[in-house]
Design a protein around this ligand. Structure first.
Ligand code: GDP
Ligand code: MG
Length: 303
């Protein structure tokens, strides 16, 4: 419980800049008891855009809010803000895929967003739930990548399958699958290279990996998790689009929300991909990840 609280506190702290900016804008139009005015609607829109939500998303939320205000005859700033929060929670509530074992998780995302770190955190988390895990170092593009994953494997105390630098990623996945099957592991987590500058390459590579899994491990549920750095703002949206095309995405991990993050990017990505945010990263340590909760997130952003 206390750990969950402290993670939430870190999420709040990370998002405090967004929250303060938003509060400042909104407070100019009075307090919660001030009668609702057109200016307050404007300030809510400004506040959302400040959080990096993206204009399309913010305007959609405003349209909905105006309808609710009319329908429910809301009269104060406080009532309108509460209604807006509910609308925003609704935007983020997409059904999460069920856990079905054995499972393969492919992590994708551009270089530096936190894929390898997230894999370490996921390994620890699922171990805590009594699952056995094998890690697979299919980012063979950089020499350091497999070493880095190995460090996480040691921290989480789980086996890792790796090849030499430059090896065929699909070949590493092949061995990873054999290892997971031999050990009757519940979960194989695959680290991939985040090459986006050549989409054709990326697409071919993802397809090859998936083919290997489908052929060698048909009983496994395959999930593709997109890792997005929350501090990259609207650029994260472009990444989401590109990876959806190349890989198909089942869920999102939003990292670095402990930093100077503008968490609003979550709304744009969920809206665009219609897949849920599964976890949020709130630090560099192995325990600094929490399951995503839409209401907590909107609270962290607003008050
Ligand atoms: P990859 O290239 O996608 O595999 O990214 P890495 O896992 O190597 O992470 C890149 C950098 O981001 C490292 O310095 C990590 O420690 C850092 N990082 C990853 N997740 C988080 C997070 O949730 N919060 C913070 N503050 N840093 C993170
Ligand atoms: Mg990596």
């Amino acid at each position: 419980m206390s750990e969950k609280m402290s993670l939430f506190a870190r999420l709040r702290q990370g998002m405090s800049r967004s929250r303060q900016q938003m509060a400042q804008v909104m407070e100019m139009e009075g307090d919660d008891n001030t009668p609702l005015s057109e200016d307050y609607f404007d300030s809510l829109l400004d506040a959302m855009i400040l959080s990096d939500m993206g204009a399309v998303c913010a305007e959609e939320a405003m349209d909905k809010l105006r309808m609710v205000v009319k329908e429910k005859k809301l009269r104060t700033n406080g009532e309108a803000k509460a209604a807006l929060k509910e609308i925003l929670v609704g935007f983020l509530q997409v059904e999460k895929p069920s856990l079905k074992w054995p499972m393969v998780i492919l992590t994708v995302g551009v270089n530096g967003v936190g894929k390898t770190t997230t894999i370490g955190k996921l390994a620890l988390r699922f171990q805590g739930l009594g699952r056995t895990i094998v890690l697979c170092a299919a980012d063979t593009f950089r020499a350091a990548a497999a070493d880095q994953l190995q460090v996480w494997a040691e921290r989480a105390r789980c086996p890792i399958v790796r090849h030499k630098e430059g090896a065929d990623p699909a070949g590493v996945v092949f061995d990873g699958v054999q290892s997971a099957k031999a050990q009757k592991a519940d979960l194989l987590i695959v680290d991939t290279a985040g090459r986006l500058h050549n989409k054709k390459n990326l697409m071919d590579e993802m397809e090859k990996m998936r083919r290997v899994i489908d052929r060698e491990y048909p009983e496994a549920t395959v999930r593709c998790l997109l890792v997005v750095d929350a501090t990259t703002g609207q650029n994260g949206l472009q990444q989401a689009r590109a990876f959806r095309e190349a890989a198909g995405i089942n869920g999102i991990v939003l990292t670095k929300l402990d930093g100077t993050a503008k968490g609003g990017i979550a709304f744009g990505i969920v809206r665009e991909l219609q897949v849920p945010v599964m976890y949020v990263g709130v630090g560099e340590g192995i325990e600094d990840m929490q399951a995503f909760d839409a209401k907590e997130f909107v609270d962290a952003l607003f008050d």
